[in-house]
Design a protein around this ligand. Structure first.
Ligand SMILES: [Fe+2]
Length: 262
């Protein structure tokens, strides 16, 4: 995991922030993910959060009473060579001011070098719950989702960290299988530990704190103007920010060979 400090100047950051709010207000974030309370496995993952009275407000944020809103976002496909929008899945997204800010974000990323010279998916994301351990890959192994995750924070708080480990997985399914094996088996803990002050309560399943079984932990703070970069196949999660903030916003880029579809 690499942190590029002071990559985004405050003027551009303010412009991106304005575009973020405008996309959300005028066009809407059309891609939403929920935690379904009937999904026993997911609920086990998030039980420690949802059972905590601090988080009781999330329960009714879903479209249905038995869902909690995890994430909402607007996704744009971008030509990695030119920073131009290549695919718009709704006419409302065909706005010159969006194309303009997307191009500026892409240009700002030029110090990252070759890793954005591929088709990229650029997303404006609001996350309402911390993400547990996962990889930014499709559920099944796919040849076109090799690449990098690039995070440009738009919400700043010491409670927000991105945490990663050295283990890599070819698919989301492989991570889920690792979790099952770790929860049900009797694996040996690694000596890595998690640095103090990073709240990862949402990474508990049953009696297992899953980061205890991963190696070489790294973390990045969410700093103004900074950009966080890591390989999509690397296992990672966010810190639990919910006892400080109701949600966090960021620009997320997935570089790739092909189209990201979840
Ligand atoms: Fe991720």
């Amino acid at each position: 995991m690499k942190l590029y400090k002071n990559l985004v100047d405050s003027e551009l950051l303010a412009e991106i922030r304005t575009a973020f709010d405008r996309i959300k207000d005028e066009i809407g974030f059309d891609n939403r993910h929920y935690i379904d309370y009937h999904d026993q496995y997911l609920m086990a993952t998030f039980k420690s959060i949802i059972d905590n009275p601090e988080f009781s407000d999330i329960v009714c944020e879903g479209e249905h009473n038995d869902q909690a809103l995890l994430m909402e976002r607007a996704i744009f496909s971008v030509d990695g060579a030119w920073g131009t929008l290549t695919e718009i899945n709704s006419p409302e997204k065909q706005q010159p001011w969006i194309a303009d800010v997307v191009k500026k974000i892409h240009q700002t990323m030029s110090p990252l070098g070759n890793i954005i010279n591929h088709p990229i998916d650029l997303m404006f994301v609001r996350v309402h719950l911390p993400s547990d351990l996962h990889v930014d890959k499709l559920f099944e192994p796919a040849e076109h989702d090799e690449g990098y995750t690039i995070i440009m924070p738009l919400t700043f708080s010491p409670s927000i960290k991105t945490v990663s480990w050295s283990q890599e997985f070819a698919s989301r399914r492989a991570v889920e299988e690792w979790k099952h094996a770790t929860v049900r088996g009797n694996p040996t803990k690694t000596t890595t530990g998690v640095p103090p002050g990073i709240d990862l309560r949402h990474c508990v399943i049953g009696d297992k704190f899953l980061p205890d079984y991963l190696e070489h932990v790294q973390h990045s703070d969410w700093e103004e103007g900074a950009v966080i970069v890591f390989e999509r196949q690397r296992i990672h999660c966010s810190s639990n920010f919910r006892n400080h903030l109701p949600f966090k916003d960021y620009v997320l880029i997935h570089s790739q060979d092909g189209r990201y579809a979840d």
